[in-house]
Ligand binder design. Structure first.
Ligand code: NIG
Ligand code: FE
Length: 399
């Protein structure tokens, strides 16, 4: 049996395992001059260097801070084409919702993605996932949703499955936008054909819906969620991005893993999330890129919710290729403290994917961790536009 003792750690900083809500999000454990023992990909011991047990191998990290690997709980990393025209149009004031309602925006990504093969999509997504990993993401969720027609959706899910061998990915079937004609038949097909097929082939662990005036209604979302749960899939939701139309409350009632976006959430939505086990996932890249109001991260934590943060990496609303930068932006835009942001990007982000085996540097957890570039972990929430992460370890192995 090989075990590796990691030393040369100025400080090891971690939240406790499992989802943390409210004030507990600030309770980090800090071990100065620490060591970390990894056995079979899991953490076997963690504590002060002076008390470290013997090990067959040693790895000196050279005097830097160590934190858990980040979990990016919300990306649309698989797409073809680009949205550079949208970017220019928005810069002169055309709103995102207007482009979507006029058949552009997401629909242009759908046209390009539906025309691409699995091999092409894999080649396009690989460098994006590599960028997220270099920024500290050791687990990443990826959604379908640029397929629209069911064959194209299944091609997206197969793309995610194939990249899942290189990156630790969680795959989500996203029901993104309704077709311009025949939306009732589309929702029926999603429930009776697409969800059963994705579930039977093991292509997704959850179903997500974009619940918004320009996308699916609360009632359509409810039908899709029921079908997902009937086929053993978890549920997640895009809600309150532009308007709070009731999706958040529905998702909390139905036991969703997470509700994501929340830029337009107010008191009732914050209360519903705080009273539930559903994770509130904030996506500050969208606030930055679309100039939307920031999701009420501070109010959600103060109300007692479990808050997570992710990039929402996608071509239209958040071309943010750094999970570490999403964490750093949550401090600036959503009012999180640095400690809360670390918890949001690790154990709470894992909980948003239904995962409790990662995100904390404690015994029994996956040995997913980051060696930063300097001795103080706060460089991670502090740095903007430079990568504070030096080495990324997944299951104790350097990537
Ligand atoms: O999470 N809001 C809906 N879906 C994505 C954006 C997709 C796109 O614009 O291509 C989001 O922001
Ligand atoms: Fe999204």
């Amino acid at each position: 049996m090989t075990d590796t003792l990691f030393t040369g750690i100025t400080e090891l900083v971690t939240p406790a395992p499992g989802p943390q809500r409210g004030a507990a999000m600030r309770d980090l454990t800090v071990i100065d001059r620490a060591a970390l023992l990894v056995r079979d990909g899991l953490i076997a011991w963690v504590g002060p260097d002076a008390e470290a047990p013997p090990a067959t191998e040693k790895h000196d990290l050279g005097g830097v801070a160590v934190v858990p690997g980040l979990v990016d709980p919300h990306t649309h990393a698989v797409w073809a084409g680009d949205r550079l025209d949208d970017f220019e149009a928005r810069a002169v004031g055309v709103p995102y919702e207007t482009m979507l309602a006029a058949g552009g925006g997401i629909r242009s990504s759908i046209a390009a993605t539906a025309a691409a093969t699995v091999e092409e999509l894999v080649a396009l997504a690989r460098p994006r996932l590599t960028a997220l990993q270099l920024s500290g993401a050791t687990s990443t969720e990826v959604k379908s949703g640029y397929g629209l027609d069911f064959d194209a959706e299944l091609r997206m899910l197969r793309t995610i499955q194939s990249l899942g061998r290189e990156f630790a990915l969680t795959s989500t079937l996203l029901i993104h936008v309704p077709p311009t004609e025949g939306r009732d038949a589309y929702v029926r097909g999603v429930c009776l054909t697409l969800i059963p097929e994705a579930a039977a082939r093991g292509l997704a662990t959850a179903v997500d819906v974009f619940c918004e005036a320009e996308a699916f209604s609360v009632e359509e979302t409810r039908q899709i969620f029921e079908a997902a749960q009937a086929h053993g899939l978890k549920i997640k939701l895009h809600a309150d991005q532009f308007r709070a139309i009731g999706g958040t409350e529905l998702a909390c009632r139905m036991g969703a893993l997470s509700v994501d976006h929340l830029e337009a959430s107010g008191g009732p939505q914050i209360a519903a999330l705080a009273a539930s086990g559903t994770v509130a996932t904030i996506l500050p890249g969208v606030t930055l890129h679309l100039g939307l109001p920031a999701a009420p991260g501070r109010a959600l934590i103060d109300a007692g919710a479990v808050v997570a943060v992710g990039t929402d990496l996608n071509p239209g609303s958040s071309p943010l290729f750094s999970t570490a930068l999403a964490l750093a932006l949550a401090v600036r835009l959503n009012g999180l403290t640095p400690a809360e942001a670390l918890t949001a990007a690790t154990v709470n982000a894992a909980a948003a994917l239904g995962l409790t085996d990662r995100g904390s540097l404690s015994v029994g957890q996956r040995a997913d961790f980051l060696a930063l570039r300097g001795p103080d972990w706060r460089e991670l929430p502090y740095a903007l536009g430079t990568n504070p992460v030096r080495d990324v370890f997944v299951g104790g192995v350097k990537r």
